[in-house]
Write a protein that binds this ligand. Structure first.
Ligand code: GTP
Ligand code: SPV
Ligand code: MN
Length: 598
């Protein structure tokens, strides 16, 4: 498909190591994809679902030991440890290449090596970057064909340039102990082995579009962030755009596709989705604003909790041409199910492991064992299926960003919303983000950890330098967005969420946009500007009163002071690359809190 000598010699080298029986180029055609689906169904890798109810939809199960990203097996192999920083796992490149070479040796024997040329961003646009993934998994090929732009036009756009990201993936034995997700930023190279799961193997996503891209962004003066992008259309037709960084499984897909509450819908407000997971951001020379594109072409979303009330747009998106991973298989009608879809769990079903499933044994305290669908089960669906997809999704220029929002899952401490004082203070607010861990990564769930800018597992270099890059970018944006922090997840004494969330988050977004326009006042507080409680519109909200909002906006001085100590320890762990101005911001926060009477 190409004469590009850099590409051809690299493929030769990788094939000599992995020893596949054959090499097949993916051209992006529907005929080829259909043949691969048929082959995967024949081997059991995919299950064809009810084509009347779910046209073009398939089910896949990963190995039981392989259901989430593996942060402790993810490495950033820069020449020096200092470049990767203390937060990332690091091994010297030569040593890591040697380790991997042994594991890849013959790992594709008896298999096919698929060559997937793909573009992150619209092929040939200024924002776009090209990658080639080599993989022995049809599941990966079919997912990449949904999540990215794949095929002949990409390799044609590359021409004879060496400027592409090399990605090698092999499922090998799916051996947990030898699972590696490795990045060599200086070599534009990603190597993944012994996994077949999502973020570990769809190399265009977290590996390229965040880890490698964040490294490139620092070098080239732009940003790669774990952010959704959405547009809010006002009744007069104006559309304002927001990006929001929340950690994995903390609500990006849901916010990106939200349906406005009735009171706004009837006035003519609309919400448009540009992206649900990753944003690439550049300064626009003409108006000096920050512009965002979504480099992906599909959604790899969390299935559990998705239903026609929480996210009807997602539900509509996944009714066709979708691959479901690790959900429950309803055998009576050959469809899929997951916890939170509805109150009718299938009676004759297989759980995510493929075993007969008894819904009456479901225990929400032990979901992994007793659930029909794995808590991190997912759908892969084309963006074009989404009923609220923004027409700007197809724009090569991106959308101008009015507000950047950070947010985490905090049962206590963080208020519903607050505004930072300026870009530097906003960078600080992002750097101190914390969230309870979720099932999106292997390990304990529900533990509060600091997750700066939701990038803890995704920054491709030293976290201190990443903060410095944020501060540098601020100096390069003549008209920067305002920066906010939100928390939809405060709970009451019984552990119930206080704020209704989902579509009603629009009420908070509108306050944020009003602040950006200078249309509404705010109250100064030790942590930043808070809304006046009456400025959060609660019209039409059952069970939420002005007192509820007041409660959601309280600052618990002692809890915050405890957080300050935790932040100090976290900054110390990141090490001496943390910019001095962030320590100044931290000192200001501490002084403000100590002086605060509540
Ligand atoms: P990744 O794809 O892992 O990056 O996740 P994400 O940030 O896109 O998260 P997603 O929107 O898929 O939401 C994850 C979980 O949070 C789902 O179970 C949702 O039901 C739940 N969730 C999303 N938004 C809200 C909200 O506003 N309130 C509450 N209480 N739960 C929410
Ligand atoms: C996340 O974990 O943030 C995801 C899913 O979006 S994965 O692609 O597995 O990283
Ligand atoms: Mn994500």
């Amino acid at each position: 498909m190409t004469n590009n000598k850099y590409v051809l010699s690299w493929i030769d080298e990788m094939a000599a190591m992995c020893k596949p029986d054959r090499i097949v180029w993916i051209d992006g055609s529907e005929e080829q994809a259909e043949a691969l689906r048929a082959e995967a169904c024949a081997t059991g890798e995919l299950i064809k679902l009810n084509q009347e109810l779910l046209p073009g939809c398939y089910l896949h199960r990963t190995a039981i030991n392989d259901v989430a990203r593996v942060e402790d097996r993810t490495f950033i192999c820069t020449p020096t440890k200092e470049e990767a920083g203390n937060i990332n796992n690091w091994v010297a490149p030569d040593e890591m290449y040697a380790t991997l070479k042994k594991l890849y040796n013959g790992s594709m024997k008896g298999k096919t090596m698929y060559v997937i040329p793909y573009s992150m961003g619209i092929v040939g646009s200024d924002f776009a970057k090209i990658g080639i993934e080599l993989t022995d998994s049809i599941y990966v090929v079919l997912n990449m064909m949904i999540m990215t732009r794949v095929g002949k036009e990409v390799i044609d756009a590359l021409g004879d340039s060496p400027d592409y990201v090399k990605g090698l993936h092999s499922v090998a034995d799916c051996d947990e102990k030898n699972r590696y997700i490795v990045h060599f930023p200086q070599d534009n190279t990603i190597m993944s082995i012994n996994s077949g799961y999502g973020g570990n193997v769809l190399l265009g996503k977290k590996c390229f579009a965040l880890r490698i891209a964040s490294y490139l962004g620092r070098k080239e003066g732009w940003m790669a962030e774990h952010m959704l992008i959405l547009g809010i259309e006002y009744p007069n037709g104006d559309i304002k755009y927001i990006t929001a960084a929340f950690p994995s499984a903390c609500g990006k897909t849901n916010l990106a596709m939200l349906i406005p509450p009735e009171i706004y819908k009837k006035q003519g407000y609309k919400v448009w989705t540009v992206g649900d997971d990753i944003a690439w951001l550049r300064v626009n020379k003409e108006d000096g604003r920050l512009y965002a594109v979504n480099p992906e072409n599909g959604f790899f979303g969390v299935a559990p909790g998705t239903n026609d009330k929480s996210n009807p747009n997602a539900l509509a998106t996944i009714t066709r041409d979708t691959i479901f991973t690790n959900v429950c298989h309803d055998l009576d009608n050959n469809t899929v199910w997951w916890e939170g879809l509805n109150d009718n769990p299938p009676k004759n079903a297989l759980n995510w492991r493929g075993e007969p499933w008894d819904y009456t044994k479901y225990d929400k305290n032990d979901k992994v064992k007793t659930a029909g669908a794995h808590p991190n089960s997912r759908f892969t669906a084309p963006a074009k299926n989404c009923p609220c997809l923004s027409k700007e999704f197809y724009s090569t220029k991106g959308v101008p960003i009015s507000a950047i929002i950070f947010g985490g899952r905090r049962a206590k401490t963080a208020p519903l919303v607050y505004e930072s004082r300026n870009w530097q203070n906003g960078t600080f607010v992002g750097s101190i983000m914390a969230s309870e861990t979720t099932a999106a990564a292997a390990g304990a769930v529900g533990v509060v950890r600091r997750d700066p800018m939701a990038m803890l597992p995704f920054a491709g270099y030293n976290m201190g330098d990443y903060f410095a890059h944020w501060l540098e970018m601020g100096k390069k944006i003549p008209n920067p967005p305002k920066i906010f922090n939100v928390n939809w997840f405060r709970t009451d004494d019984n552990g119930n969420f206080i704020w209704p969330g989902f579509g009603d988050n629009m009420r908070v977004l509108l306050w944020i946009l009003d602040r950006c326009e200078g249309k509404v006042d705010a109250v100064d507080s030790p942590i930043g500007y808070l809304p006046k409680p009456e400025d959060i519109n609660i019209e039409g909200l059952e069970g939420v009163t002005l007192d509820t909002i007041k409660d959601l906006l309280t600052i618990d001085r002692d809890a915050w002071l405890a957080d300050v100590e935790n932040i100090k320890a976290f900054y110390a762990k990141i090490g001496d690359h943390v910019p001095a101005v962030l320590y100044e911001e931290l000192a200001k926060l501490e002084a403000n809190l100590k002086a605060y009477k509540g």
